[in-house]
Design a protein around this ligand. Structure first.
Ligand SMILES: [Zn+2]
Length: 319
């Protein structure tokens, strides 16, 4: 008989959920506001109510084997949020799995949002057909997720995969994690904007003019729009960001020897120009024999990666 799993993607703005069939059928994609500003307990209440709605919509509670949750930050194996979710005030310390069992009688599992997205890419997207994959998500920060032998690798306390905090520059920029020179400081959307403002002083290009007169107008999208026009500042930023990212990707490939490295997140809207530069720089930080066995590709799933990966995680653990 076909089994069902519920997948939840917890975002700062919306809570998204899906009912996924064991055959890959996607049903009842639903979203409700997270109401993050009302605190952790309200977010939990909304999460429980969304699960209730999805059970109802499935029309077949007995076939639902469990719930998977993708959350910002870290979640440990018993379902306690350990931190790292700055966009959800009061979410840290919240116990998530027990209330799901109490209220809905379902087992739950979970992982960091990029970790579950990595699993989704392996099952349905850029990693279809391979066993070992690492995701770099270039957004406000740089998130990461690792899948080994087809299963999410969570590490000892559910905190594995923080590739964004690989330190790529000795005595580099100070990161919020306490280290210096984390790749997130250079290759995230925020990092790219920071580099553009920093390098603008020594440049006289159209982008430099904008960065000097209206620094708030600089976005990673604007920078990459100017890369396409060969703007000297934009190119300088692009080289620095992709050198740093390439180094982190190369270190990761050397360490794990994955089949695929998947680059996703908003910054990757710029596409091939980033991909090609990262391939070039990653090769310099990796054994050639290991590098040759790995392909670096763009993510294929955008919006739905979180819910699909979360539900897939429930199948992996409870089926
Ligand atoms: Zn860091």
């Amino acid at each position: 008989m076909k089994k069902l799993a519920i997948g939840i993607d917890l975002g700062g703005t919306n809570l998204k959920g899906i009912v996924l069939g064991s055959d890959g059928e996607r049903r009842h994609l639903t979203r409700i506001p997270t109401q993050a500003e009302k605190g952790g307990q309200q977010v939990l209440k909304n999460l429980l109510s969304l699960i209730g709605v999805l059970i109802e919509k499935s029309g077949d509670k007995d076939s639902v084997i469990g719930v998977g949750i993708g959350t910002p930050g870290f979640i440990d194996s018993d379902g306690t949020i350990l931190g790292g979710a700055e966009n959800l005030p009061g979410w840290r310390g919240t116990q998530v799995f027990e209330p799901i069992m109490e209220q809905h009688g379902l087992r739950a599992t979970g992982g960091n949002d990029v970790t579950v997205a990595a699993l989704a890419e392996l099952k349905f997207g850029a990693g279809k057909g391979v066993n070992n994959l690492v995701c770099f998500a270039l957004g406000t920060g740089v998130g990461g997720g690792i899948v080994i032998n087809g299963k999410v690798y969570k590490g000892t306390h559910g905190m594995a995969g923080e590739v964004g905090h690989i330190s790529v520059e000795t005595d580099g920029l100070q990161c919020s994690c306490g280290q210096k020179g984390c790749v997130e400081m250079y290759a995230s959307a925020t990092g790219i904007v920071r580099l553009a403002r920093y390098f603008a002083a020594g440049e006289d290009s159209p982008l430099a003019q904008i960065a000097k007169t209206d620094p708030d107008a600089v976005t990673s999208k604007l920078v990459y729009g100017h890369v396409a026009k060969n703007d000297s500042l934009a190119l300088k930023v692009h080289h620095k960001a992709t050198q740093m990212l390439g180094k982190a990707v190369g270190i990761t490939i050397n360490t794990l020897s994955p089949d695929r490295v998947v680059l996703g997140g908003g910054v990757m809207m710029a596409g091939d120009v980033i991909l090609e530069a990262v391939k070039k720089y990653a090769a310099r930080h990796c054994w050639p024999e290991i590098f040759e066995q790995c392909t670096i590709v763009p993510a294929q799933l955008s919006e739905d990666a979180g819910v699909l990966g979360a539900a897939s995680m429930a199948f992996d653990e409870f089926q």
